[in-house]
Design a protein. Structure first.
Length: 308
């Protein structure tokens, strides 16, 4: 995008994600964990508008509760904007208007999507034309989920989750997601998993995490039934231990036709895989009638991109 086209502002849309598979290795000396994840970008989006400003400022609104989202330099999107400015030598600032639709602290990567959108928006606004590879380098400095929000589609993530390889996913996968009013802290969930794994009845983390080949085969075959058989999230045991009331929702979803139900990422959002759009709609109606907020989404969808 040229400087002239971007003069009045740039709008970028970035997707939330689901972890179709998430294996967590043992805790390392630095307190972090290696992981192996199969990510899928889904049709629940964050919208970011970047407009010229002398300072770095931000406004946050949305259809979800944004009361806990920082509107200062603690926000990952502001950090992303500053990274681009530093990289290209931009001496001014930018104003970011963020409209959130992905649950906050819900395990669907909404904050990471904001950061990815801010990277793309500032690159376009300032006519930097950094290119995909350079933007991914900046994304990796911001957090493990930011590179995937930039990339979109379906991918395998290893290392800290930011070493990405595209995964072939044919067809469409339909999900019903159930957000929670209260979020869960990702570091708290990991720490609780480490505590649980110290017990003899909990399986220890894999030495070198790897995505189950059955997951990749199911994605290639566009087979939701096979995907349901292999889907897994190692963080689920910790999330359910911290929020045991989520078990009731999982059981209701699975009893009401879901092929599989699981905690999304570090939770507490729950994701239910269904066989087709019609089944997803039926499940959405059932869960809504039981008093839960239920959203029908599908994947894979594209990563962060400019909206004209």
């Amino acid at each position: 995008m040229s400087q002239a086209l971007a003069a009045d502002g740039v709008r970028v849309r970035a997707p939330g994600k689901l972890n179709l598979f998430f294996e967590v290795g043992g805790v390392q000396d630095d307190g972090y964990h290696d992981v192996a994840s199969a990510y899928q970008a889904v049709s629940l989006y964050e919208d970011v508008w970047a407009s010229p400003s002398d300072e770095f400022t931000i406004a946050v609104s949305g259809t979800v509760d944004v009361s806990g989202v920082p509107a200062d330099d603690r926000n990952l999107a502001v950090r992303a904007a500053r990274l681009v400015a530093q990289r290209v030598g931009h001496t001014g600032g930018v104003h970011l208007d963020i409209v959130k639709h992905v649950p906050v602290a819900g395990g669907m990567g909404g904050g990471s999507a904001d950061a990815a959108a801010a990277l793309v928006a500032c690159d376009a606004l300032w006519g930097a034309e950094l290119g995909t590879a350079e933007l991914h380098k900046l994304a990796a400095r911001l957090g493990a989920d930011v590179p995937f929000a930039l990339m979109g589609g379906t991918a395998v993530g290893t290392g800290r989750g930011d070493e990405l390889s595209p995964a072939l996913a044919k067809g469409r996968f339909d999900w019903v997601v159930v957000p929670s009013q209260a979020g869960l802290s990702t570091p708290e969930v990991y720490a609780h998993l480490d505590q649980l794994r110290a017990r003899p009845d909990i399986v220890a983390g894999a030495r070198v995490p790897a995505v189950d080949p059955g997951v990749l085969q199911a994605l290639r075959a566009a087979d939701p039934v096979a995907l349901a058989e292999h889907a897994r999230n190692d963080l689920q045991v910790a999330a359910l231990s911290l929020r045991p009331e989520l078990r009731d929702v999982l059981e209701l979803g699975e009893e009401s036709g879901a092929l599989a139900g699981m905690v999304s990422g570090s939770g507490p959002t729950l994701a239910f895989l269904t066989g087709d759009p019609e089944s997803a709609l039926e499940l959405q109606i059932t869960l809504s009638a039981a008093g839960y907020e239920a959203l029908h989404v599908h994947g894979p969808v594209a990563g962060a991109r400019v909206i004209n």
